[in-house]
Design a protein around this ligand. Structure first.
Ligand code: GLY
Ligand code: MN
Ligand code: MN
Length: 373
């Protein structure tokens, strides 16, 4: 459970930001935003479950069956409930009257289902609408020490399993990608992780050339480069790291060359991280290495993304983003080279922006050799 004083501080900052932007309310749907502001979260679902935050107050509109759960998990105990056979929009109207929302400007959760956005628009036809990240992005983008500790632990668990999986060496040959992904998931759970942060990527041989190939029935063969991209949750925060390993046999000269180039690009990106530097300069540092080595066209995605309550969140490390990095921001640095029909190589660590530079959260070996420490 998030400490009550942390929630109160976040609510205070959200209210100040609402006042600064002239908006009248943030309306969260079950999401990382709801969790950030209240300590309560649930799967998005078809029932109306909202958190309203205005400059004066914060309250939930929730199905009756959630009443005790919300009061238990959140310091926000003003919970207005509707029963399963009632019309929730009647309650929305009542709450809207009380909060003075009709004719106001409402910032709805970026991840609110269109179904509910439409309902809010129909319930408050005189209101105007924007998205909550306008206010919440700036609050969430800098992590506090408790958040950083959770991210450190999530990274440590992912590193532990990364080392164990590399150490399989020749033992991984003959396994299918699906079997290896299951093994990774089991080991992350045994290490103390709380489920995988995203579908584990095991991209063997040519499958590695598809950055978001997850895992399939292909059998890992001797000499295959295998892209391993995975992480686990720890107390609400995810790990996300990638290594490209040749479990057994001799890789091609081309794989060695590409791996060296990607590692150099990865290190150049990480070493460019410091406060005051624009996100696009990190992208540029990594991309220049690959361009200089002739692989610019094979680096087909951005260099990284912020990481926090969501695995992908601002700041995005793209070639366009002029946002300056600030202490407490956390991002991935994950350049890759993707050669369709051949193989892919990606190397990814998470990095914290510190007062005078950066802190890497990952320390597992980055070479293609499986047994190196
Ligand atoms: N697995 C997705 C990513 O690293 O961003
Ligand atoms: Mn990843
Ligand atoms: Mn990533």
């Amino acid at each position: 459970m998030i400490d009550e004083t942390v929630i109160q501080t976040r609510l205070k900052r959200a209210r100040e930001a609402l006042n600064d932007t002239g908006a009248d309310a943030i309306v969260c749907f079950p999401s990382s935003n709801m969790y950030y502001l209240s300590g309560f979260d649930d799967e998005p679902m078809e029932r109306h479950l909202f958190l309203f935050v205005t400059p004066e107050t914060a309250l939930f509109v929730a199905p009756e069956m959630y009443d005790a759960q919300i009061k238990d998990e959140s310091p926000i105990t003003d919970v207005r409930t509707w029963g399963d056979i009632e019309d929730p929009t009647a309650l929305l109207e009542t709450v809207g009257d009380e909060l003075g929302l009709e004719g106001g400007h409402l910032l709805v959760d970026d991840r609110m289902w269109a179904l509910f956005t439409q309902d809010l628009q129909a319930t408050f036809p005189e209101a105007s609408f924007g998205i909550a990240s306008k206010v919440l992005e700036n609050l969430r983008v800098r992590k506090d020490e408790a958040e950083l500790d959770r991210l450190r632990e999530a990274a440590r668990l992912s590193d532990t399993v990364s080392k164990e999986i590399r150490a399989l060496g020749a033992g991984a040959i003959g396994m299918t990608e699906r079997e290896l992904a299951a093994e990774i998931g089991d080991r992350l759970a045994s290490a103390g992780g709380e489920g995988v942060s995203f579908e584990t990527v095991v991209g063997s041989g040519p499958n590695g050339a598809r950055p978001h190939h997850r895992h399939g029935e292909r059998t890992i063969e001797s000499g295959d480069p295998v892209v391993l991209d995975f992480g686990t949750w720890f107390e609400g925060y995810p790990g996300d790291q990638t290594r490209t390993v040749v479990f057994d046999g001799e890789p091609s000269a081309k794989l060695r060359e590409v791996h060296e180039a990607v590692l150099e690009a990865h290190n150049a990106g990480v070493e460019a991280v410091e406060p005051g530097v624009e996100a696009r300069e990190i992208d540029r540092a990594a991309r220049t290495v690959l361009e200089d080595r002739g692989y610019g066209d094979a680096f087909i995605h951005r260099t990284g993304h912020g990481v926090g309550l969501d695995v992908h969140e601002p700041p995005y490390i793209t070639s366009e983003n002029g946002r300056k990095l600030e202490p407490g921001m956390v991002c991935s640095v994950e350049p890759g080279v993707y050669l369709e029909g051949e193989f892919g190589v990606r190397i990814e660590d998470l990095v914290v922006v510190t007062e005078d530079g950066y802190e890497r959260l990952n320390d597992s070996p980055r070479t293609w050799r499986p047994l190196d420490e």
